[in-house]
Design a protein around this ligand. Sequence first.
Ligand code: TXA
Ligand code: MG
Length: 351
Amino acid sequence: MTRLVDVDPLDPDPRILEDAARVLRAGGLVAIPTETVYGLAAIATSSSATARIFEAKGRPAGNPLIVHASDLDHARRYAATWPITADRLARRWWPGPLTLVIPKRDEIPDVVTAGRGSVALRVPAAAIARRLIEVCGSPIAAPSANRSMGVSPTDARHVLEDLDGRVDLILDAGPCIIGLESTVIDLTTDPPRLLRPGAITLAQLEATLGRRVADATVKSEPDEGKSLASPGRMSVHYAPRTPTWRAEAGDSCLIDESPARWGMLVLGPLESFVARASAAPCEEIRLGSPDLAARELYRSLRDLDARGLDDLLIIAPPRTPEWAAVRDRIERASRPLSERRPRRPVSPLEA
Ligand code: TXA
Ligand code: MG
């Protein structure tokens, strides 16, 4: 049975944290709010507890988890080495939405790192997450608390939709402030490599390090998995169930397949887009700035997905640095509109 408990994000009740810590120590799973998205937490040093995360999410065993620590010194304990690059980034950006991939210590079991010699470490900004780690006295492994390949949860309700009966306790602290997963940087390579864009940008990482960071976030082939630096980076990863397409500025297309019902998520300019024919009723959500889009993207995709529409269309934002993280998630949630084949006409006998 899944229990849902309200928690004050700024001043979490110690009794609730103790309750959550008890569940975790017993090998259970607790969904926790962070500033980015809700995480599905288990004690990171326990092979059996962390194995339950993979089971609950339906996550492939080859996709490693992020280990969350309460502060910099705590995180360092699980790193085999602590390069100057890690120190600079951690001192500048922790606690916050940045994950560092570092050679791991033996205390972190293979199931967490999918057999890799490196571990992804993060100190979250959200007070609930850090206090819970302190109360547990152990680091916690936590991927996003959604079913594998689905849209990440930015609200406790999303976790319940995806994982009811699969998670012991959900701590509900309201919507997440940032709304997209943390930036992930691999510090085991030279130069360091950006594996996932997030609220902390490539330019900010380079400024902190005073050196170039390679961008490894270019979209990979749909059928990859094994050879990737960050195996979670599947081509279509954060996808709604409704077929989802994206149009770039300058694309044009006429959606006139009555009675198709489209949902539309508008993040870029619509001017050049010859889309809305009168025959196609549209449910439309507009997110005009990068911060707003980051915060509301997953909720909007889930809301549109729940309306039983035929197709979703995302008008993509520009390819500029401030939109990089949002664009990355959109590219993984959708296919180019040019790949869409018109729906088969419905014959009068079927109609
Ligand atoms: O904001 C976040 O990072 C959220 C919250 C809950 O902290 N967590 C999250 O976890 O997004 P998850 O599991 O959904 O994404 C973790 C990403 C995956 O792309 C995974 O492949 C990568 O980090 N990763 C984890 N360990 C790695 C490692 N040792 N080497 C390379 N990539 C790694
Ligand atoms: Mg995830």
